[in-house]
Design a protein around this ligand. Structure first.
Ligand code: SAM
Length: 330
């Protein structure tokens, strides 16, 4: 545990204080010190390695009504689902290039726990990779089946630690999300959490509490990305989250959770922040491995990359880009 000084503010990582974190976020005069400190901790913990994961977005059906999300149940859009066979083949192919395969979808109950467990077991039988699920909230019994079939990790962000804001954006309780995270952890999944920066109504104090929530819930990964307004959603006219503020939150996350896997999130990459993120604490990149015909349809927010570059080529391009920054893809 360490103590950092940022001008007149102190961050004691043993006893972090939300007010001090919020003050550091509000003050722009020590950002360079913050970024350098985060980069040093990242280098100490992970050297020059960047872990690259392949993500397959296998269904854009969703039962939820998250106000910010382009996949929400009320959106009029072309929906798709990959068949289990198609998904297993895509995952095995992805595992030839990436060591971790992330299976992500809207909350789509078409895929029962038995189906998901079977998909995971078939992938694990054929590929030497870690399997991460990112499919939203399910019951303990459903999570258990997926875990027993070999699911290694689970990404479920708390999205915002402000309970009133959470409820206004989702129409359901933050507590249910936190309970789901706790179930996943108790089942032995490596838990990934995270939240958005710049949601309408959010303050620096909310962000400080977001960071403390990651610590309290014991996440080992955290996706921290800017909110990007999707024009067809009910909050589509709100301003996007600020990329610089997101980098500051990311850097603080690295100081507060030194070993945590922190991706340069897709949303931050859309805002041109990948290089900066990798130099202020991020140690993970998620690359699209969704079959080309579905990429454009997974329209969470505008600006997402839908290029059809073969996986191997995509990885090699990234390796070169990282080498230019003195980093090594793993
Ligand atoms: N359904 C799963 C879940 O809720 O965990 C996974 C899919 S969900 C689309 C993945 C993530 O997208 C969410 O955790 C949320 O943080 C992010 N997201 C959705 N809409 C966004 C937006 N407009 N701007 C930034 N991130 C967004």
């Amino acid at each position: 545990m360490a103590k950092y000084e940022f001008g007149k503010y102190r961050l004691d990582t043993e006893k972090p204080d939300a007010t001090a974190i919020a003050a550091i976020l509000a003050d722009g005069s020590t950002d360079d010190i913050l970024f350098a400190a985060a980069n040093a901790v990242k280098a100490r913990e992970y050297g020059n390695l960047v872990f690259v994961r392949g993500i397959i977005e296998f269904s854009n059906y969703c039962r939820c009504s998250c106000a910010y999300c382009g996949l929400n149940a009320g959106m009029k859009m072309t929906r798709y689902r990959m068949t289990p066979d198609e998904l297993v083949e895509a995952a095995v192919e992805t595992a030839r290039v990436y060591r971790t395969v992330i299976l992500q979808s809207g909350e789509d109950l078409y895929y029962t726990a038995d189906m998901l467990a079977d998909i995971v077991a078939r992938i694990k039988a054929r590929a030497n990779c870690a399997v991460t699920l990112s499919i939203g909230e399910r019951s303990l019994e459903e999570y258990k089946k997926i875990r027993e079939a070999g699911g290694d990790r689970f990404l479920l962000k708390h999205e915002t630690a402000d309970a009133a804001l959470y409820q206004s954006l989702h129409g359901v309780l933050l507590d249910s999300r936190l309970q789901a995270q706790r179930m996943l952890k108790a089942l032995g999944f490596e838990l990934g959490g995270g939240f958005m920066v710049g949601l309408p109504g959010q303050t620096d104090m909310t962000l400080a509490n977001d960071l403390l929530t990651l610590r309290r819930e014991g996440v080992v990964m955290a996706g921290i990305g800017p909110f990007i307004a999707h024009p067809d959603t009910s909050i589509g006219q709100a301003a996007d989250g600020d990329a610089h503020k997101t980098l500051k939150v990311l850097a603080l996350a690295r100081l507060l959770l030194p070993r945590c896997h922190l991706p340069s999130t897709t949303a931050l990459n859309v805002k041109g922040g990948m290089k900066d993120a990798l130099l202020c604490g991020a140690n993970v990149i998620m690359q699209k491995a969704t079959p080309y015909e579905y990429r454009k349809l997974y329209d969470i927010y505008p600006g997402r990359d839908a290029k059809d570059v073969p996986l191997k080529e995509q990885f090699e391009e990234l390796e070169q880009r990282l080498a230019g920054l003195g980093l090594r893809a793993e």
